[in-house]
Design a protein around this ligand. Sequence first.
Ligand code: OGA
Ligand code: NI
Length: 353
Amino acid sequence: MSTELAWPEPVTRVQQLSDSGIRVIPDRYVKNPEDQPGAAASDGPNIPVIDMEGLSSGDAEVRRRTAALINEACREWGFFQVTNHGVSPELMERCREAWREFFQLPLAEKQRYANSPATYEGYGSRLGVEKGVPLDWNDYFFLYFLPIGIKDENKWPTLPVGIRELAAEYSREVVELCGKLMKILSRNLGLKEDYLLEAFGGEEELGACMRVNYYPKCPQPDRTLGLSSHSDPGGMTLLYSDENVFGLQVRRGDTWITVKPQPNTFIVNLGDQLQILSNDNYKSVEHRVIVNSAKERVSLAYFYNPKGDKVIKPAEELVSPEQPLRCSPTTYNDYRLYVRKKGLHGKTQLESL
Ligand code: OGA
Ligand code: NI
């Protein structure tokens, strides 16, 4: 087990590589030809954008239609953007810019928070501990918020000034939004309003953490990826990223759709645990991140997860002769062990259930 607590080889900060002015990326970052993004298409469809204000409209028909749009997005896309979601746009932007400043600090300052694969908490540059595997063009900072007791602000940066308070406040507001979404998803599935929240262990016990992703400029963006193709293993992810720098791509059949974020929106995507709980009615869809040579990109990926040792299985109400059980029960702890060891690998793990 002890070998799992350390990185298998010295960690290279991608930002250092990028800043060094290399014109050719090291082989470790070059993806297999079939995974290379090539030239990114800038047009094409966007994922659904849904105005959440519609859910509290005085007009019952508007409420019904908004809920139906969310339901359809969960079934057909596994991804949607939300506007008028109740989280302060000013807080979102201040938090994101504070994290951008963190990554602009001198290396030695960031190294104080260097992480290990035991928990991933802190400043990191890779996922998974397999030696010699291809790497992604990304550095990150991982923070834990929930359940209460797991949060340790001493592991968070002290600089730039105010970043701890911003991260804590951001988490408080985003978790509230996640709670609202869980109710809508429950009702849309025909379950009682607090079904999914309870399945996650309730407000007291569910998990929440955030990965702040930093994608430095890359001299050969067509040959590598900022994040390899994966589906999120947890419950639900709320992503907030730069509006002006595209990067996230969502799989749609055999093609990749580049998400065009609107200002002040969250990109919501469902993770594997919600796919299991919904007995496959909802989809946890593969996505990846492309990088570019002109601009760095910052994204805040907030993960809202079931309590680690709670058994996750399809809701009985959603199992019928017409729609038999699609997945076997698991716990999130068992499930994520795989990702921790192997890193990101498409959807191979969910398929094994
Ligand atoms: C993730 C993720 C996308 C992005 O962190 O799981 O998919 O755009 N991030 O950074
Ligand atoms: Ni993801």
